[in-house]
Design a protein around this ligand. Structure first.
Ligand SMILES: *Cc1c(COP(=O)(O)O)cnc(C)c1O
Length: 376
């Protein structure tokens, strides 16, 4: 069987050329006589893999030398705890709640200090990025250790157009589902982190980039486990213990694929083209509608639905027969979601749009009823 059109939200599609390269190196990595899976993380061969992985990421994002790069485990979810443990020096931080993971981050931080809710779009079902106009004035009071955002809301398909103005308070961002989708200015952040399984590699690696001075002499909270002590991890080159050696190697392959295929500007162009095609199909459709407000639409996760859950289920079922996988919405919201990360080809988005058109044509009565409902 050939490869399917994989719209999974994560773990998600990886470039076919990366998988082929990894397969060819799997039993014997470049004449070492062993697999990367079998290699000591302290060996020279692995050291070279690790160093090039970090160097490539630094080139892609233009990471300044004043920032440390960590390759950790535990996903973004463990970051929800480790970020406050390391940075909540005065025990007060601001949280902007724009979706499920942003809310989880906020609730987790409340276990360690005063996690103040600065803005939320929960009232409108997280269909948009919250109104940020009050943020600069609140930040200017000067008593927040950092402001936390989730830059792309994977479940609701919304994304920040512009970062909030935090009046000099360090911005801490969960960028899991938009990491490496477009260039970003690292210096706008105090800290950013991403679970790799959306866009950067396999599950089991968390990339965390942090401004060195924010780490001080060590974590803010004495209860912080030594594994989560960012200062100690930075000093140990992410090897306080055995890192996810194979996962980091695979991330390195993805970074190098991004670099070879034009870097982050090229990723952004491709991702915007894919998103535009899909959103245009939704805006033109009599049957399907996008669920995110236009000004907040994500270029990584496109969420949509038909008028009924039954029709949604029929659409998802029919997709599978056409080799289109992973389009079911998150279980919290239902409907459909197409995640169109870097490794999802335009050809896959075209296949999805063609299927949407065919599905509309096969359900003319429902389409007409939906169009009537919208115009009345
Ligand atoms: C997937 C996701 C998470 C959860 O990631 P884990 O690696 O499973 O902990 C958190 N935040 C965002 C934005 C995500 O997309």
């Amino acid at each position: 069987m050939g490869r399917v059109h994989n719209f999974s939200a994560g773990p998600a599609a990886l470039p076919a050329s990366v998988l082929a390269e990894v397969a060819s190196e799997l039993p014997d990595y470049r004449g070492c006589g062993m697999s990367v899976l079998e290699m000591s993380h302290r060996s020279g061969a692995y050291r070279a893999i690790f160093d090039e992985t970090e160097a490539c990421l630094r080139r892609l994002l233009g990471i300044p030398s004043s920032y440390r790069v960590l390759f950790l485990q535990g996903g973004a979810t463990l970051g929800f705890a480790s970020v406050p443990m390391n940075l909540m020096r005065t025990r007060r931080a601001g949280y902007i709640v724009s979706g499920h993971f942003a809310r989880k981050a906020w609730r987790e931080a409340a276990r360690y200090g005063d996690a103040e809710l600065l803005a939320s779009s929960e009232g409108s079902g997280f269909d948009r990025i919250p109104d940020l106009s009050g943020i600069p004035a609140r930040c200017a009071a000067g008593d927040l250790d950092y402001v936390h955002i989730c830059q792309n809301n994977t479940i609701f398909g919304t994304m920040y157009r512009e970062l909030p103005d935090t009046a000099g308070v360090p911005l801490a961002a969960d960028v899991s589902s938009c990491f490496l989708s477009f260039p970003l200015d690292v210096e706008r952040y105090g800290l950013l982190y991403a679970g790799a399984q959306k866009n950067a590699g396999p599950a089991g690696v968390t990339v965390l980039i942090v401004r060195d001075d924010l780490l001080g002499e060590g974590p803010a909270l004495p209860c912080c486990p030594s594994y989560l002590d960012f200062r100690a991890q930075a000093d140990a080159g992410s090897m306080l213990n055995t890192p996810n050696t194979f996962g980091i190697y695979l991330c390195g392959k993805v970074f190098s694929w991004i670099e070879r295929t034009g870097g982050l500007p090229a990723m952004e162009r491709r991702n915007r083209a894919k998103a535009e095609l899909l959103y245009r199909a939704l805006d033109d459709s009599p049957l399907f509608s996008g669920t995110a407000q236009r000004g907040s639409r994500s270029i990584a996760n496109v969420c949509f639905r038909t008028p009924t859950p039954e029709l949604d289920a029929a659409f998802i079922e029919g997709a599978r027969a056409r080799g289109i996988e992973g389009v079911a919405g998150h279980r919290l919201v239902g409907g459909m979601r197409a995640s169109i990360y870097n490794a999802v080809e335009m050809e896959s988005v075209e296949a999805l749009v063609a299927y949407m058109r065919a599905f509309e044509a096969a359900h003319p009565a429902e389409a007409e009823a939906a169009a009537d409902g919208r115009s009345s």
